[in-house]
Write a new protein. Structure first.
Length: 619
């Protein structure tokens, strides 16, 4: 038996590939099945131009046969087969593509894809095999040949007998070690799982002899083991079926079968594109938040298939972060894959698919928002926070994509509203979109700052999540209407009101001296009606933003809002302030300041001192 050495470059690449390129050893079966499918495809294309070949689809299959006694795994196909020269060229030179050469020779046009464009995929077998024997008979010859190699220094090719056209690959498994148990690839269930995971949608039957339990006879409860040949793949993927053939239940069943979640999806999108890049996709919008969604362990991404073969379980490049909740898959024939088929080249095709998917998701969400508000609210309560993070992140690059998807609880009918709906309801004299922040809607409704805005008949958005105001600040405006916090120090509806009385200014200056650097100013309030005091904020950092930043561990501890203490000059308390002596004024000022802190939900600097001050006022 003459051994033909591998080329030096091929030998080094083989060693690298076996040990480094593939992340999971189970990938070997995907590669061998894909190659077998290619071989059958070649027979089909050959039959299109060769009158001597009749292609009956029922005669073509891929068979997997484990043998525990001999520790071998055999993969057989009824495809086109290989001649001696093809065995040497396709299997003897790493990365030689028999499928690609065939495609060029036959001048197969786009639309007739051959998966196995990388001969290197065959060598994944050496990750689990100590020896590989490929016995093949070409459709053009009566003589068969056996290619044998241990994957080290070379291979041999010898004539053998084989009655049928096609290829049989026998893998002699490596011995088990402390780190690896290769016998798992002889277990029926394990093999079925791998096929279901990677090759479920190969277009030809993948068969295997499966052991099942069946009744011994019709009258007996005793069970016996029966070995029968079963097809273990689905063959036709749901995403390649006509949408008119599928029902809502079909899509929901597929969602469950793929284990995308334990919930029922709120909506789905079935995409079939045949343009600059061809692909099919099914996307799901879940109902519930995954338990690990806001943790570091969560991985976003869609399943990625190349012509029905699973390439990546989580292709993160297909989804922007703000749509990371979307589940589903993409199947394309046009992707540029590297030699292991596990990593993608970041090429134009992938970018086009990702851009289109982003547009489809946004369109579907807008349709749901418009046509089924109750369902959209269910979605938004689960994932609206992620949309708002998307507005704020990346310096607001995505805010225009997301602003129409946002909902906020509103004083109008006290329910969720979109920004567009808010704008459509605005009175002509209203110049801004008003919002208030707080821990809950009920607390916000009691805020003194909302009195004047509400009396004007202007709608108020209630922001209750920590991300809300950051997102609003990033948006800046909507439809050229600026956002305005009801707690902003420059909120003033009484533009023609007289200047503050000079006597008031002197009083406010004294109060400012008493409070020191706790506030940036004390001034007369133009917004209060029934409440005596309130805190407002000057500048970009609001009081609510300060609370959020202060709550972050080991970060932004010195970030504070410039607080302004506003006093209602029409309240009875103000009369007390005007007639108070210096000691009493200091007491009243501190009490009012701490009251304002409590209204804002801010911690008191000295609760004991405040309690004592309240007691002094009561005496």
């Amino acid at each position: 038996m003459t051994k033909i050495p591998f080329q030096a470059e091929s030998q080094r690449l083989l060693e690298l590939m076996i040990n480094s390129i593939y992340t999971h050893k189970e990938i070997f079966l995907r590669e061998l099945i894909s190659n077998a499918s290619d071989a059958i495809d070649k027979m089909y294309y050959r039959a299109l131009t060769d009158d001597n070949i009749t292609f009956n689809r029922e005669d073509y299959y891929i068979h997997i046969q484990p043998n525990k006694e001999e520790r071998t795994l055999t993969i057989t196909d009824t495809g086109i087969g290989m001649s001696r020269e093809e065995l040497e060229n396709n299997l003897g030179t790493i990365a030689k593509s028999g499928s690609l050469a065939f495609k060029k020779e036959q001048e197969i046009q786009d639309g007739h894809d051959i998966i196995g464009q990388f001969g290197v995929g065959f060598y994944a077998a050496f990750m689990i095999a100590s020896e590989v024997t490929v016995t093949s008979r070409s459709v053009d010859e009566t003589q068969a040949y056996a290619w044998t190699s241990d994957g080290t220094d070379g291979f041999s090719i010898n004539p053998v007998d084989k009655e049928t056209i096609g290829t049989t690959i026998v893998l002699k498994l490596k011995e088990n070690s402390e780190d690896e148990t290769y016998d798992e690839y002889l277990e029926e269930h394990r093999l079925q799982t791998i096929v279901k995971k990677y090759s479920d949608f190969i277009g030809y039957p993948i068969t295997m002899n499966v052991t099942t339990q069946q009744p011994k006879d019709e009258e007996s409860d005793d069970m016996v083991e029966v070995v029968e040949t079963q097809t273990i793949n689905s063959m036709i993927p749901i995403w390649r079926k006509n949408k008119s053939e599928l029902t809502k239940e079909d899509y929901e069943q597929f969602y469950q079968d793929k284990r995308y979640g334990f919930d029922t999806p709120l909506d789905h999108v079935h995409i079939s594109v045949d343009g600059a890049v061809r692909y099919d996709s099914i996307l799901y919008i879940p109902e519930n938040v995954p338990f690990d969604y806001y943790s570091k362990e969560f991985e976003k991404g869609l399943e990625l298939y190349a012509n029905g073969v699973l390439i990546m379980e989580k292709c993160s490049d297909l989804l922007p972060d703000y749509f990371s909740f979307v589940k589903g898959l993409v199947d394309s024939e046009d992707l540029s894959l590297n030699i292991s088929r596990e990593m993608l080249q970041h090429d134009r095709q992938l970018q086009l698919i990702a851009k289109n998917i982003k547009s489809k998701i946004k369109s579907q969400l807008k349709t749901m928002q418009k046509n089924d508000r109750e369902r959209y609210v269910t979605f938004y309560e689960s994932f609206g926070r992620q949309l708002k993070f998307g507005v704020y992140s990346d310096f607001g690059m995505n805010k225009k994509d997301l602003e129409d998807l946002l909902l906020f609880y509103s004083s109008h009918e006290e329910k969720y509203t979109s920004l567009l709906e808010y704008i459509d309801r605005m009175p002509e004299e209203q110049t801004a979109i008003y919002y208030a922040t707080g821990e809950s809607v009920q607390r916000i409704k009691k805020l003194p700052q909302t009195e004047m805005v509400a009396d004007k008949g202007f709608e108020i958005l209630y922001l209750t999540e920590d991300i809300d105001e950051f997102a609003i600040k990033m948006l800046e405006n909507y439809k050229e209407k600026p956002f305005q916090s009801v707690s902003s120090a420059d909120l003033d509806f009484n533009e023609d009101q007289e200047e503050t009385n000079d006597d008031f200014k002197e009083l406010f200056n004294k109060m400012k001296e008493i409070l020191g650097n706790k506030v940036s100013d004390v001034r007369e309030s133009k917004r209060l009606k029934s409440h005596p005091v309130v805190l407002a904020a000057d500048g970009e950092i609001t009081i609510e933003m300060e609370k959020v930043l202060q709550s972050m561990p080991d970060n932004n501890q010195q970030v504070k809002a410039d607080k302004v203490l506003e006093i209602n000059a029409k309240h009875e308390v103000f009369t007390k302030l005007q007639h108070a002596d210096e000691e009493t004024l200091a007491l009243y000022t501190n009490v009012l300041y701490n009251q304002a802190l409590l209204i804002e939900g801010l911690p008191l600097e000295d609760p004991v001192a405040f309690s004592q001050d309240v007691c002094k006022v009561m005496i």
